[in-house]
Design a protein around this ligand. Structure first.
Ligand code: NAD
Length: 351
């Protein structure tokens, strides 16, 4: 008898988007629509190989399914990853073409900002489709740049976990932050206000220098930041920073940051656990942005967003406690919980 391989995780759909006229090239990965339309931002970045772009989209889309499920949102998970053209290009035409690609999916995918895209791009997309959030907020309503909400959720999570599980306060503690873009800079400002000492690194040296001046932070090189002597390491750049090379060098006791897909592989979650370093699963703590996007898409207000964002920290503490009790990595516990939520909804839908 020929046995079928076990499918552990699969995407519902992978759409290739391409437009010769504007140079639009990329994919929209739809991991799951069981809980609602697949929602996740649009990453606009340069990839050397198309397969890397596709792999990134699929990994990010799965992360969005899990993030949205654990945050209790009526949304599935998806992600658009677009190739940033080399040289000059017509940005408005490019994002209008992307908007038409989203419209063709008839609401199966809802986009918003991610690395490399901004509010202006989302307004361009809006000219072609209503399945977009992250637009300028209307008075009293949710909307606008989601990154301040993401930074708030990460900060509150870090504060609660260090206090309740690790026995120290952020005031006086050193936090190393990798990437000081929209999320990283917002997190740094909150940490500074809390009295933490900051060590930062960014590919964009001018950006790091300007923030260091504002917050009296120390700047180190991008290859040094993971190994800095600090109580907490906060990855806020791109994915894969927790890997076979960096994990042995980490000196922080706790890793908690806004970047998506911080673990290069599942094995790296176990390696962190084996080294006794507590890891806050990224999609649990960085859900603030999608909570804002969801509220905007469904016409809710910013009070509803705040209530849901402050609920992230106790959720994280509960996942970390469960991981400690079962001697599992927190990433394993978070994945398991999200998969159970999605499976339950699928059974309910089928019944
Ligand atoms: P951003 O583009 O504003 O900032 C990213 C920063 O990281 C940039 O300053 C960039 O120069 C820097 N960077 C890139 N590679 C680096 C490296 N190797 N070392 C040091 N710095 C590096 O993006 P953002 O919106 O702040 O998002 C940051 C991360 O958070 C991403 O992984 C994103 O997917 C995730 N995230 C963002 C949101 C949001 O609301 N914006 C929500 C959830 C998750």
């Amino acid at each position: 008898m020929v046995r079928s391989p076990k499918v552990v995780d699969m995407q519902e759909c992978l759409h290739v988007v391409s437009d010769d006229e504007t140079g639009l090239t990329g994919v929209i990965a739809i991991h799951s629509t069981v809980l609602g339309p697949a929602a996740g931002g649009c990453r606009f970045w340069h990839y050397d190989a198309h397969c890397d772009l596709v792999a990134d989209a699929m990994r990010l889309a799965r992360g969005m399914s899990y993030k949205n499920a654990l945050a209790g949102l009526p949304l599935g998970g998806g992600k658009a990853v677009l190739q940033r053209p080399k040289g000059t290009f017509d940005r408005e035409a490019y994002f209008k073409a992307f908007g038409r690609a989203i419209e063709a999916l008839k609401g199966a995918y809802v986009t918003a900002e991610d690395v490399g895209t901004n509010v202006g791009d989302m307004h361009t997309v809006r000219q072609e489709t209503k399945h977009v959030a992250g637009l300028t907020a209307q008075p009293g309503m949710a909307g606008g740049d989601p990154s301040p909400w993401t930074a708030l959720g990460v900060f509150e999570s870090m504060k609660a976990a260090t206090r309740e599980l690790l026995g120290f306060d952020l005031s006086g503690a050193t936090v190393a932050v990798q990437g000081v873009g929209n999320v990283g800079a917002g997190l740094c400002r909150r940490l500074h206000h809390e009295g933490a000492k900051l060590v930062i690194a960014d590919l964009d040296e001018a950006r790091a220098a300007a923030l260091a001046k504002e917050l009296n932070a120390k700047v180190v090189g991008i290859d040094e930041i993971a190994a800095v002597e600090a109580e907490v390491f906060a990855p806020c750049a791109l994915g894969g920073i927790l890997n076979a090379d960096t994990i042995p060098k980490l000196r922080a006791r706790f890793v908690c940051g806004g970047a998506n897909n911080q673990l290069a592989s599942d094995a790296d979650g176990k390696a962190m656990h084996n080294r006794g370093i507590l890891f806050a699963p990224d999609y649990v703590v960085n859900a603030g942005g999608i909570i804002n996007v969801s509220a905007e898409y469904f016409g809710e207000n910013s009070h509803q967003v705040r209530d849901r964002v402050v609920a992230i920290a106790p959720r994280l503490v509960s996942i970390l406690r469960q991981a400690m009790d079962e001697s599992l990595s927190p990433a394993t516990v978070a994945d398991r919980s999200a998969q159970e939520l999605i499976a339950r909804a699928r059974r309910h839908e089928a019944a």
